[in-house]
Design a protein around this ligand. Structure first.
Ligand code: TPP
Length: 569
């Protein structure tokens, strides 16, 4: 339900009994002060006052979900797409534990999220009590900061801090625990704290000179661009930097689209633990210029195994310590400013031309290899046909599994923040709720598609009802292989057999229809494009069952480029 709809359905104030202002009202005012549009979640007895305050006195839409994990993933995806913290709410105990996976996901992928959970009264916390666990302690390792609100007077500070910390580089999750008696306590009309505009931090001038010197001296420099470029809106600056310097860019999975995949400066996407990928490019690079790269995106040990590659770190804050990531220079500050200043220093300098293999051609070979209309649908065929249906700035969400590797490595991303993956935490179940959130975050201005495995899809399948209730169009493509495909791939490689990975599936078309959604099945590759067009035109959420031919997956584990062996040595 969007804010407009809510304006029409909210109980008129005249019918609302007058009661004194309580802390829950103040809490909700502070959420409004932060610009919150949606709170995703499931209410409970201990959040009664909070939910009542949301309904009574705010324009914020509460979006009920069918599992708290769905709510957390929705907040996570909303945070990534808008750059403003997504908010999720759960009751105490089981509500909070259900929320945890999505919170951890947001935190490790640096998505701004504020989680709110109810709690028993302060007076009940020292003893065995119904549904009580210490959720502050539980959430501690999966948040940047979290706290219990002990006193109604501290609500404005607590909310401001939760939003400030969640948004500050590097963003992540924060959590507030709200005991029921604290929220029910009367308060004098309190003032919410104003947001302070962020100062632009400039990199050190000496460090800029040293970095420019290293780039001039390098014989084979390459840029590694990550999630931070997306978060900071620095893609235009990176594109300009590449034009100025001629440098080539590898992106992480989360950095997809910061340089258009068809741009001559784009090389490929890399991530996870993949070593030496593809075919030793990093063995050939003598300088890696990391821009907005989070170490969780691709372990430095994978691309710098002997620790000898020179590194320039361009980031917003001091990087994580890692034996394989010891930058020669750190340029800390606003990414756009840093790239502009470094580009200006290198202007008119002839940099070494790095002879890169024909990656673009290899991409084409891989993506063109599923063109037989009568065969079963291959992953590359889905990526090709879906790319034709989606505009450059439409959003593609992926769940976690073999399908994610296909999306991450081969989806032709054109613009930043158009590909959402659960990367650092790699939590199955992310895809469907994230797609639902994308329809809200983009206010329907961009189309949304999700590619999910049959394993991950069923983990949060209940959110199909949420999708139906909200009614915003998007298409979820289930890559149906009747198994935990990625794990099978690893089992085959390690043990030459599979075990514990096979399952049965429901009839996904009938399932979609039972939820009131449109359902389609593709049996032949040649039918895919037509079905996709129909699904996007149907005007509501749609499910497409794609029995997928994963027979090539075993070739794809470490080195996808084996699909184009003649091109990439
Ligand atoms: C919540 C969660 N549980 C388990 C895993 C481990 N895991 C990673 S991929 C995968 C299989 C995914 O299967 P499916 O969703 O069917 O996608 P496919 O690999 O077949 O494309 C599993 C079990 C995980 N990442 N997240």
């Amino acid at each position: 339900m969007d804010t407009e709809t809510k304006r029409r359905t909210v109980t008129p104030p005249a019918a609302t009994p007058v009661r004194p202002l309580i802390a829950a009202d103040l809490f909700v005012s502070c959420l409004e002060n932060e610009g919150v549009e949606y709170v995703f979640g499931i209410p409970g007895e201990e959040t009664l006052d909070l939910n009542e305050a949301l309904e009574r006195s705010s324009q914020i839409s509460f979006v009920p979900t069918r599992h708290e994990q769905g709510a957390a993933f929705m907040a996570d995806a909303y945070g990534r797409l808008t750059g403003r913290p997504g908010v999720c709410l759960a009751t105490l105990g089981p509500g909070a534990t259900n929320l945890a996976t999505g919170i951890a996901d947001a935190n490790l992928d640096h998505a701004p999220v504020v989680a709110v959970t109810g709690q028993v009264d302060l007076s009940g916390m020292h003893k065995e009590t119904h549904q009580f666990i210490d959720t502050v302690e539980m959430m501690q390792p999966m948040t940047k900061w979290n706290a219990r609100v002990h006193d109604p007077r501290t609500v404005p500070e607590a909310v401001r801090k939760a939003f400030s910390v969640a948004s500050a580089e590097k963003p992540g999750a924060t959590h507030l625990e709200l005991p029921a008696d604290v929220m029910a306590a009367p308060v004098a009309a309190g003032r919410c704290l104003q947001r302070t505009p962020q100062a632009v931090v400039e990199p050190d001038a000496g460090a800029l000179q040293r970095a420019a010197g290293l780039i001039r001296e390098a014989r084979r420099p390459v840029v590694l661009a990550g999630n931070g470029v997306v978060r900071q809106g620095a893609a235009p600056a990176l594109r300009e930097f590449c034009r100025q310097t001629g440098l080539h860019v590898i992106t992480t999975f989360m950095g997809k689209g910061v340089v258009d995949s068809s741009d001559e400066h784009f090389l490929f996407t890399a991530g996870l633990r993949a070593q030496n990928y593809p075919a030793g490019l990093f063995g050939r690079a003598d300088l890696v210029i990391c821009v907005g790269y989070d170490l969780v995106e691709w372990a430095p040990s994978a691309w710098n195994p002997d620790g000898e590659t020179r590194i320039i770190c361009i980031d917003t804050v001091t990087p994580e310590i890692d034996a394989h990531y010891v930058p020669d220079v750190e340029l800390l500050g606003d990414l756009t400013h840093t790239l502009a200043q470094l580009g200006a220093l290198l202007w008119n300098t002839r940099l070494a031309a790095f002879e890169v293999p024909p990656y673009h051609r290899a991409f084409e070979v891989v993506l063109d290899s599923g063109t037989d209309d009568d065969e079963r649908v291959k992953p590359q065929r889905v990526l090709r046909d879906l790319r034709d249906v989606l505009a450059n700035d439409d959003v593609l969400v992926s769940d976690v599994g073999a399908h994610k590797l296909w999306v991450a490595r081969f989806w032709e991303a054109r613009e930043p923040n158009t590909v959402l993956v659960s990367n650092g935490f790699a939590a199955m179940g992310f895809g469907l709720p994230a797609a639902i959130a994308a329809t809200l975050a983009t206010h329907g201005r961009q189309k949304t598609a999700a590619i999910v495995g049959d394993g991950g899809f069923l983990m949060n399948v209940g959110e199909l009802e949420t999708a139906r209730r909200l009614g915003h169009p998007f298409v979820v493509l289930i890559w149906n292989d009747g198994s935990y495909g990625l794990i099978e791939m690893h089992q085959r490689r390690h043990f030459d057999r599979v075990m514990g990975t096979r399952f049965g599936n429901p009839d996904f078309v009938a399932l979609a229809r039972a939820f009131g959604l449109h359902g389609y099945r593709v049996t032949r590759a040649g039918d895919l494009a037509g079905v996709l067009r129909e699904a996007f035109a149907c005007g509501g959420p749609a499910v497409v069952d794609v029995p997928i031919d994963y027979s090539e997956n075993d070739k794809l584990g470490i080195d996808l480029w084996k699909l184009a062996p003649d091109l990439i040595p």
